[in-house]
Design a protein around this ligand. Sequence first.
Ligand code: PGA
Length: 256
Amino acid sequence: MAGKVGRPLVVGNWKMNGLASSVKELRGVVAWLQGPGKDCRCELMICPPATLLVGFADRAKKSALLLGGQDCHVMGVGAHTGDISARMLKDAGAGAVIVGHSERRIDHGEDNALVRAKAAGAHKAGLVSIICIGESLAEHKAGRTLRVVSAQLKASLPARSNARNTVIAYEPVWAIGSGLTPTLAQVAGVHGHIRMRLRALLGEGAGALVRILYGGSVNPKNAAGLMAVVDVNGALVGGSSLKARDFTKIAGVYCS
Ligand code: PGA
């Protein structure tokens, strides 16, 4: 089946950052989308902490800015103190949710089976799942990157994943928040491999169309190079997404 990967996607993952006063950054991004970024080829999404989601959704509702959550529970509703379901995120204004971020995998011991269940929960609630995979520094040094991402991908992807409900984010753990990035050739190699595995797992049609984001120390200086790599269909941005100026510069790579 011939097809084209959808518009590139640039996602800001605010992690555990942001207070009510951070709405000024949201305003900056919305203003950019309505002005200089109006004709950009990419979609733009912010995943703020859950505490800010409703307020941000209200402010962004007349703009093209998309919103997402950073994690969700497997279930839609129930006795799970402190957790938030995909259904609740959707109700609050999210269109997507990040699952399996390495900080969740490491800090909360989340494994591939749980990540898959969360992604399935997201799909059931009508959210796009942004499924994160990526190797540790030790795995990178041992030359095990492709094996690790293959195994994570296979075990984290729920049945019936497709290009409409699923986005993959390749984030080498050692590149997150470190200022380090793989070489462009390394990024090309891993993304090409993920594309090949997606085709095998989901079939030619869906596998060719699922967007694959690169994440890990993306900043306004390195974004153009990284986003130009074949099979890099956007970015998942942490630190550089907190300031509207930096985040929109990254997205600006897709403006002509
Ligand atoms: P970073 O984080 O851009 O700060 O490296 C990326 C991420 O963890 O999603």
